[in-house]
Design a binder for this molecule. Structure first.
Ligand SMILES: *[C@@H]1O[C@H](CO)[C@@H](O)[C@H](O)[C@H]1NC(C)=O
Length: 235
C-alpha cells in the first residue's frame, strides 16, 4: 500500500523537475518579486480604504454637529444714516458726500459665536459706489446684539451715468434720495474650540430714504426708522 503511493510522489517530483524553467528565470527577475508587489499593493489599498473611511466618518460627525447646532445667518439692520457735504454737479456728472452709518447686528444663534473677520461697508447710489470703508474685525457672542458706527468719507468724486444723474437731480429737488448700503463680511461660525466654519456673505440694505431738508441740500438723514433687516446672500 505504501510503495505505490511513494512511487507516484516520486514520479510527480521528477516530472516537476523536468519542466522547463519558469519565464521569470529567463527574464532575469527574482522569483519573489510578484508576490512582494501583491502584498505591497494590498497594504496600500488597505491604507487608502482606512483613510477614506476615516474621512467619511469624520465628515459625518461634522455634518451631524452642524445639523444639531443649526447655524443661523446673522441679522443686519441700518439704524442711522446721515449725509453731510453732499454735492451733485449735473454739468460735471459727479457726486460726493460724507456718510455716517450705524449698523445694528444680531447673532440669532443660541449655541454659536460669530466672528466678523473681514468687514467692508460702502454706500451706493444705484450701481455707483460713493464711499467705502473697512471695519475692524468684531465678534458677537451667542444671542448678542450690538451696533457699530462708521464714517465713510468722500474719498473721491464719483461719476454717474447720465440717466442716473438726471434721476438723482429730480429726487434731490423733491428733497430725498434713496441710497443703499452694501457690506461684504467674512464670518466664522464657532461652537466650542473645535468646530468652526467660515462663510463669506454679501449684505444689501436697500431703499434707505434720506431726507434733505435744508435749502442747500447738502445734509440729510434717514426719513424713518428702518424696520426691515438687510438681505444677506452667501457667496
Ligand atoms: C445723525 O444725526 C442725528 C441728529 O443730528 C444724530 O442723533 C445721530 O446720532 C446721527 N447719526 C450718526 C450715525 O452720526
Amino acid at each position: 500500500m505504501v510503495f505505490p503511493y511513494t512511487s507516484s510522489t516520486a514520479n510527480s517530483i521528477s516530472s516537476a523537475a523536468s519542466l522547463p524553467p519558469r519565464p521569470y528565470h529567463r527574464s532575469g527577475h527574482p522569483t519573489s518579486s510578484p508576490t512582494d508587489g501583491v502584498a505591497k499593493c494590498s497594504a496600500v489599498r488597505r491604507l487608502i480604504l482606512v483613510l477614506v473611511s476615516m474621512f467619511i466618518i469624520f465628515s459625518c460627525i461634522i455634518s451631524i454637529a452642524w445639523l444639531i447646532l443649526k447655524p443661523k445667518t446673522p441679522l443686519f439692520k441700518l439704524d442711522s444714516l446721515n449725509v453731510s457735504n453732499f454735492a451733485v454737479s449735473e454739468s460735471k456728472h459727479i457726486i460726493s458726500g460724507n456718510f455716517a452709518i450705524v449698523i445694528l447686528m444680531t447673532n440669532p444663534n443660541k449655541k454659536m459665536n460669530l466672528y466678523f473677520d473681514n468687514f467692508d461697508a460702502s454706500v451706493f447710489y444705484r450701481k455707483t459706489c460713493l464711499s467705502m470703508t473697512s471695519i475692524k474685525p468684531l465678534s458677537l457672542e451667542k444671542m448678542e446684539r450690538t451696533s457699530f458706527a462708521a464714517e465713510l468719507k468722500a474719498n473721491s468724486h464719483r461719476s454717474l451715468k447720465r440717466e442716473e444723474l438726471k434721476d438723482l437731480g429730480e429726487k434731490l429737488r423733491r428733497g430725498w434720495v434713496d441710497f443703499e448700503v452694501n457690506m461684504w463680511v467674512s464670518t466664522t461660525f464657532g461652537a466650542g474650540n473645535w468646530l468652526s466654519m467660515k462663510r463669506s456673505m454679501a449684505v444689501n440694505c436697500k431703499n434707505l430714504n434720506v431726507i434733505f431738508s435744508s435749502s442747500s441740500k447738502s445734509t440729510g438723514m434717514l426719513e424713518d426708522q428702518i424696520i426691515e433687516n438687510c438681505v444677506v446672500v452667501y457667496s
